[in-house]
Design a protein around this ligand. Structure first.
Ligand code: UD1
Ligand code: UDP
Length: 360
């Protein structure tokens, strides 16, 4: 039987990986070996997703986390290489743009193992973002680039990828499949409104964790200043990412908003279902707002998911409190027809078929 090694490490990768693992389990014609780099490790950042989404247990957990970029990526590279030498897979699958993605791709490339990059071709055009570096390098060394949007394909074409020896395909966004499948289960399984004092159907759901927002005292203060102001009109609820928690404490930033611990995917889906609006710097959450027919304030200067902005479902504000407040007042009133398909359907099945073709 053909074998793939899937590299997971950070929260969004568990959600994306769950979709692929579910496809593989339907057919059982390819062996999947999961490597968890350990980049995210708290129970509510990792184990909860494996439990809820029934992701197969990783065969390897490298427990590499909490390090600077070089040390984290370097240690992952070394350990993944050793695993690939033992496992001899037909391909390595990496998702998104984290340090785990880059390490997995580099390790595979040096061993001449085929690389599949799921969520290829996205660009912010901001080379200061670690994610932009990770995704550009990963794209360049991959063999199969699975793009989520037409814009991602265009980005690759503009960078000359048409002349490289690489397959480029657009199958839609794998997170759309995750939302379609798990939202049916979430209704029964989530307990979020029982265990918290959230004003169901009358709150703004916020998440902030991007390095460029959290690691700058002024930017983070400005973001929380605007969230505190919104909180006077509409309750603001934020599942707090560990990076942001550390920085709020380091910078002594106080807030009046409702902070909760990171939640599992079922609770997150119910928060998305019952919020009025979303404010986030997350890549995944801005699309999930759209999947749930919610407008989104994107607390960044640019987005890889530009179709959300071009279709007026979302507004870019950067970490600027005046712009965040303006966007809140604008989007809070706004009615939109979300009945347009930006991100495809049955994406997991299409991706799995492509991977099988690659390793035939
Ligand atoms: C990483 C990704 C980012 C992605 C995000 C998803 C990179 C460069 N960044 O950022 O692209 O959007 O994941 O959430 O790969 N921590 C804990 N517990 C955990 C996880 C992290 O305390 O379970 C702490 C770490 O020790 C570290 C900080 O949070 O101090 C940041 O973690 P790290 O994995 O370096 O980056 P993220 O900000 O999570
Ligand atoms: N998410 C979650 N619980 C939380 C916060 C986020 O399940 O407390 C989910 C969210 O719904 C989305 C994914 O995590 O599916 C996004 O991950 P994150 O924002 O950490 O990373 P990014 O998408 O920015 O890389």
């Amino acid at each position: 039987m053909k074998k793939i090694v899937t590299i997971l490490g950070a929260r969004p990768q568990f959600i994306k990986g769950a979709v692929l693992s579910r496809e593989i389990s339907k057919f059982n014609d390819v062996e999947e070996v999961i490597v968890h780099t350990g980049q995210h490790y708290d129970a509510n950042m990792s184990a909860v997703f494996f439990d809820e989404m029934k992701i197969p247990q990783p065969k390897y957990n490298l427990a590499i986390n909490g390090l600077n970029h070089g040390a984290m990526t370097g240690q992952m590279l070394e350990k993944i290489e050793a695993i690939l030498v033992d496992e001899k897979p037909d391909a390595v699958v990496v998702f998104g743009d984290t340090n785990s993605t880059l390490a997995g791709a580099l390790a595979a490339k040096k061993l001449h193992i085929k690389i599949v990059h799921v969520e290829a071709g996205l660009r912010s055009f901001n080379m200061k973002m670690p994610e932009e570096v990770n995704r550009i390098v990963t794209d360049r060394i991959s063999d199969l680039l699975i793009c989520p949007t037409q814009k991602a394909i265009e980005n690759l074409q503009l960078e000359g990828f048409s002349s490289f020896d690489v397959a480029i395909e657009n199958h839609g966004d794998i997170m759309k499949d995750a939302m379609d499948f798990y939202s049916v289960l979430a209704k029964d399984k989530s307990t979020i409104f029982k265990k918290t004092s959230i004003n169901k159907d009358n709150f703004l759901l916020a998440t902030i964790h991007r390095q460029e927002n959290t690691d700058d005292r002024n930017k983070l203060s400005d973001i929380f200043k605007s969230l505190d102001a919104i909180n006077e009109f509409t309750q603001v609820v934020m599942p707090l990412h560990p990076r942001t928690k550390k920085k709020l404490s380091e910078y002594n930033i106080d807030t009046t908003i409702t902070l909760i611990d990171p939640v599992g995917y079922f609770d997150m889906i119910m928060l998305l279902t019952h919020c009025k609006l979303v404010a986030t710097d997350s890549g995944g959450l801005q699309k999930e707002a759209f999947f749930n027919q919610k407008h989104c304030i994107i607390v960044r200067e640019e987005t890889e998911w530009i179709e959300l902005v071009n279709n007026n479902f979302a507004q870019l504000t950067g970490p600027n409190s005046d712009k965040i407040l303006d966007a809140f007042h604008d989007l809070n009133q706004k009615k939109s027809n979300f009945n347009t398909n930006l991100y495809g359907d049955n994406v997991g099945e299409k991706i799995y078929t492509s991977i099988k073709q690659l390793i035939q």
